[in-house]
Design a protein. Structure first.
Length: 186
């Protein structure tokens, strides 16, 4: 099992922030990455990033990747947020598996985030050598995590919005755990 972590909206002072943990089974991680690259080529985009595309492309990308074998765990919290504490709490409660081959986080994150993640994993008995910070351009599954973090934050900020509502309904069966403000939402 490989875990790809991205968050959305932590810089905002209103609405919600989200952290999405995208789980891809060990045997399928390379296949998922290959298929994401193929989907991006077919859509005529270089590398998907939520903030860089409009809803039309977001919908096309998320509909295309939906059939891939992955599941999502998400934590949502209302802004403004104490990022270090929130991140550590979310990862502590969402990563419960022990058979994790690697954990990948967005390489644009500060070093304190990687150090805190390593500490949380060490406390849970997961090897810290498995944590890598990479740029989302080089890791297709991290782009998938970015898309899902953006979608979930958008849905929680505006649950009646037509695009987010429809896509959230599509992805509901892929979401295996939801935490809202430190409390279980579902």
């Amino acid at each position: 099992m490989e875990v790809f972590i991205d968050e959305s909206g932590i810089h905002k002072q209103t609405d919600h922030s989200s952290i999405a943990l995208v789980y891809v089974t060990c045997g399928d991680a390379e296949e998922v990455a290959w298929r994401i690259n193929e989907i991006e080529q077919r859509l005529g985009i270089k590398a998907f990033h939520w903030a860089e595309y409009n809803w039309k492309m977001r919908v096309r990308f998320l509909e295309a990747v939906h059939s891939l074998p992955f599941s999502v765990k998400v934590a949502l919290v209302r802004n403004p947020v104490d990022v270090p504490q929130w991140f550590e709490f979310s990862v502590t409660h969402l990563i419960v598996e022990r058979n994790i081959r690697k954990v990948v986080i967005d390489g644009k994150k500060p070093k304190w985030e990687e150090r805190r993640l390593k500490k949380v994993l060490r406390d849970k008995g997961v090897s810290v050598s498995k944590v890598r910070g990479v740029r989302d351009e080089s890791e297709p599954c991290l782009r998938l995590a970015d898309a899902l973090a953006g979608l979930l934050r958008s849905y929680w900020d505006n649950p009646t919005g037509p695009h987010a509502k429809r896509l959230y309904a599509l992805y509901q069966n892929k979401i295996t755990a939801r935490f809202m403000g430190g409390q279980t939402a579902e």
